[in-house]
Design a protein. Structure first.
Length: 80
């Protein structure tokens, strides 16, 4: 694997659904493949922070990360 490449495995699942099957609560986990560290999360901001930390992106501006987060949340909402 290239030195500047980071790999993550993200799993998400619906923890709580309403009577119509729509998700009321999402949970998940993210694994950093290189270090085998895992984080369980309830919000996507935690995912972004975990990636920033493991990929050493603390100096990055938040706009790209916020866009990524918005896209992930949008895709999940479309599946409900």
């Amino acid at each position: 694997m290239e030195e500047d490449t980071q790999s993550f495995i993200v799993r998400i699942w619906r923890e709580l659904v309403d009577k119509d099957g729509r998700a009321l609560l999402w949970r998940g986990s993210i694994n950093h493949v290189g270090s085998n560290q895992r984080l369980y999360f309830r919000d996507f901001e935690s995912v972004v922070e975990f990636i920033r930390d493991k990929a050493d992106l603390k100096a990055e501006t938040g706009s790209r990360w916020k866009l990524m987060l918005t896209r992930i949340q949008h895709r999940i909402n479309l599946k409900n």
